[in-house]
Design a protein around this ligand. Structure first.
Ligand code: FAD
Ligand code: NAP
Length: 313
């Protein structure tokens, strides 16, 4: 029986691993389906993690984290978790992709989220090299330059406003002429002089060279073509929370969720199920930053330690 099972080895899961083991839990395993590090390892540069002053990649940042955890006894199993469920006595059951199960007194889930891709040509090729899904992270690289933003929801319009403060011009490309964003946000965007709306337009292709993106090719709904020479394109076409592990055989979720699939937690990262915590990008109102994901992991770990102590004593 594990004291704690951690699902996901991104910044949230790894920090939970560090704090649970260093805080005294003897038997903790982190289940990560790929290499530990999470989605930040796709980023070509990170400069908003506290204490980082040099030019480093997301991979550089995350490289030492697993070793640090292992020094305190965190076990790591490279396997995809299919489901977390609970027995009548409160014990959690971790079902792995190979059909094996593991039991745990507490569980911290940090399986992250996946920004949706819009599906245009060159999007995958230039992801992290001019194509971005994070304005807070990458906007600064385009200070004083022109950028394009794709999407018509709250995220796209809010991020366009954020980018308009840094960039000389922001082209907001939306496939329709009506926006999903709130009326107030639409109004603010329309009043912002350096945001140009390009509506009824779909990005067909992002082009570039070895250095990264150099331009965007669009098809307007009337059939005309338009090209923008921009070094950066931000795609905000929705986000999928990786919540599948919490889905039970009958299609319900193990704990309370929002309508859009985020896990509802309190400020201690406690879900509606005692002993089950959710951290990082997958939880409600997540800032979707490495620093906050790591903070969540620490908060949840301290809670899990207290929960397990109470169970065992
Ligand atoms: P994730 O990092 O998504 O980690 C979740 C982990 O869970 C993954 O490793 C995944 O493989 C694993 N997993 C998922 N499902 C399962 C399963 N069923 N079984 C086992 N393992 C599973 N943030 C910043 O603060 N600054 C930046 O500059 C920045 N730049 C970014 C650039 C890019 C290109 C991207 C994509 C994101 C960027 N972010 C940045 C955001 C940041 O990466 C995320 O907020 C952060 O990684 C979230 O951490 P997490 O641990 O919650 O989830
Ligand atoms: P969203 O509301 O689902 O909007 C996604 C946008 O991307 C839509 O405009 C959609 O176009 C467009 N889109 C989807 N797929 C596309 C594709 N393949 N190519 C081009 N465009 C595509 O997503 P979101 O903006 O991330 O917001 C998610 C939720 O969070 C929403 O409920 C939102 O209100 C909420 N949110 C709230 C706030 C806030 O309250 N301040 C801030 C951010 C987000 P169509 O419109 O044509 O479908």
């Amino acid at each position: 029986m594990l004291d704690c099972a951690i699902i996901g080895g991104g910044p949230a899961g790894l920090t939970a691993g560090l704090y649970t083991t260093r805080g005294g839990l003897a038997n903790v395993t982190m289940f990560e389906k790929g290499m530990p590090g999470g989605q930040i390892t796709q980023s070509s540069e990170i400069e908003n993690y506290p204490g980082v002053t040099g030019e480093i990649t997301g991979m550089d940042l995350m490289m030492p984290w697993p070793e640090q955890c292992q020094r305190f006894g965190l076990k790591h199993e490279m396997v995809e978790v299919k489901r977390v469920s609970q027995k009548e006595d409160g014990t959690f059951v971790i079902l792995k992709e190979n059909g094996e199960t593991e039991e745990a007194l507490s569980v911290i889930v940090g399986t992250g989220s996946t920004p949706r891709r819009a599906g245009f040509k060159g999007e995958d090729l230039f992801f992290g090299k001019g194509v971005s899904t994070c304005a807070t992270c990458d906007g600064f690289f385009y200070k004083g330059k022109e950028v394009a933003v794709v999407g018509g929801g709250d995220t796209a319009l809010e991020e366009a406003l954020y980018l308009a403060k840094l960039c000389s011009r922001v082209y907001l490309i939306h496939r329709r002429d009506r926006f999903r964003a709130s009326p107030n946000t639409i109004e603010r965007v329309k009043k912002t002089e350096n945001i140009e709306l390009i509506v009824n337009a779909c990005v067909d292709e992002v082009v570039g060279d070895a250095m990264g993106v150099t331009g965007v090719h669009m098809i307007i709904n009337d059939g005309t073509l338009r090209q923008l020479d921009v070094p950066g394109i931000f795609v905000f076409v929705g986000n999928d929370v990786n919540n599948q592990v919490l889905m039970q055989e009958d299609g319900t979720f193990l704990c309370d969720m929002t309508e859009s699939g985020e896990v509802i937690v309190d400020i201690s990262m406690r879900t509606s199920v005692p002993g089950l915590y959710a951290v990082g990008d997958m939880r409600i109102a997540a800032p979707k930053q490495v620093v906050s994901a790591a903070g969540d992991g620490a908060v949840a770990a301290l809670q899990a330690i207290a929960f397990v102590d109470e169970k065992l004593n």
